[in-house]
Ligand binder design. Structure first.
Ligand code: ZN
Length: 292
């Protein structure tokens, strides 16, 4: 069953929420924004939340605030990092709250994963095809969010994030729930040898660990479409890496939404050849101060 459920209200941002988690704990929010319901002009229409893609900063900040408003969270709680396709995990505390929400200069530097166990902090990161990974330890009341493009996937950012949660919050991997959000599917993500030579050793290792189930190779590296190229499924690879990190397969929810197929709903760097906006993933505990 599709874990991300679309919510649409007139003239407000169209968002994808994770009801299976928020029904289990109504102090939690987790989701992904669509491209619909914001104020940005083409090619960032409409709900662009990326400050680094040439759009007006004022419009981007307004779009972010619209999302916060729709969630019933204060915009001051939005906390973002400068994503660099690495695998560093940053532990977010009250001192970081609000960093990067209005400018890139104030963002947390060099971090593709954020985690916190503090209430009232909304961790946010930005996407156009890369894979958003969500982590929630209900026992230790900690959350994390990781950005996995092919580089972050090869660097096993899901493993790094789980290790960081174990270290910082004494999480047990078997307690952690995970979700894999809207991102590019194997249907739309063809890569060449420059990427494949990094991905292949990882796939071999996952296979050697017995994590890849029978037949899953097909979903991971789909029919070589032309010589030297293959289509890969980053969502499935990240699911297997989560299992390697100790997360139970039954604790992982994975979306069917492909950003490349659905540019009516999502921005896609690949399908739109780089001229597009960014969507947000977010996760947070508690609600912080009520909106003024
Ligand atoms: Zn697709």
């Amino acid at each position: 069953m599709e874990p991300f459920e679309s919510t649409t209200a007139a003239k407000s941002p169209s968002l994808f929420l994770l009801p299976s988690w928020t029904k289990a704990d109504d102090r939690l929010t987790a989701g992904f924004s669509s491209r619909l319901g914001g104020i940005s002009a083409s090619p960032w229409n409409e709900l662009n939340v990326g400050l680094h893609v040439g759009d007006s900063a004022e419009d981007v900040v307004r779009n972010r605030d619209l999302i916060a408003e729709a969630l019933g969270w204060p915009f001051e709680a939005w906390t973002c990092a400068e994503q660099v396709h690495g695998s560093r995990v940053h532990r977010v505390t009250a001192e970081d709250r609000g960093r990067g929400r209005e400018s890139r200069e104030s963002a947390i530097g060099d971090a593709d994963a954020l985690m916190t166990n503090e209430q009232g902090i909304l961790l946010a990161s930005f996407y156009a095809d890369c894979v958003p990974l969500y982590f929630w330890d209900p026992r230790r009341e900690a959350v994390a969010l990781a950005h996995a493009g092919w580089k972050g996937t090869v660097a096993e950012i899901a493993v790094r994030t789980v290790e960081a949660m174990v270290e910082a919050y004494e999480s047990q991997p078997a307690d952690i729930l995970a979700a894999i959000g809207p991102s590019i599917g194997g249907c739309c993500y063809e890569v060449d040898e420059n990427v494949l030579r990094h991905v292949r050793p990882l796939l071999e290792e996952l296979s050697a660990h017995g994590i890849a189930e029978a037949g899953s190779e097909e979903r991971v590296a789909v029919n070589p479409s032309s010589p030297g190229k293959a289509r890969i499924d980053l969502k499935e690879i990240n699911r297997q890496i989560m299992i390697k990190a100790g997360i139970l397969p039954t604790h992982i929810e994975i979306t069917q939404w492909c950003t490349g197929c659905r540019t009516d709903l999502f921005f896609s760097h690949r399908t739109e050849q780089g001229r597009t906006g960014r969507m947000a993933s977010w996760i947070g505990l508690g609600r912080g101060a009520a909106r003024a």
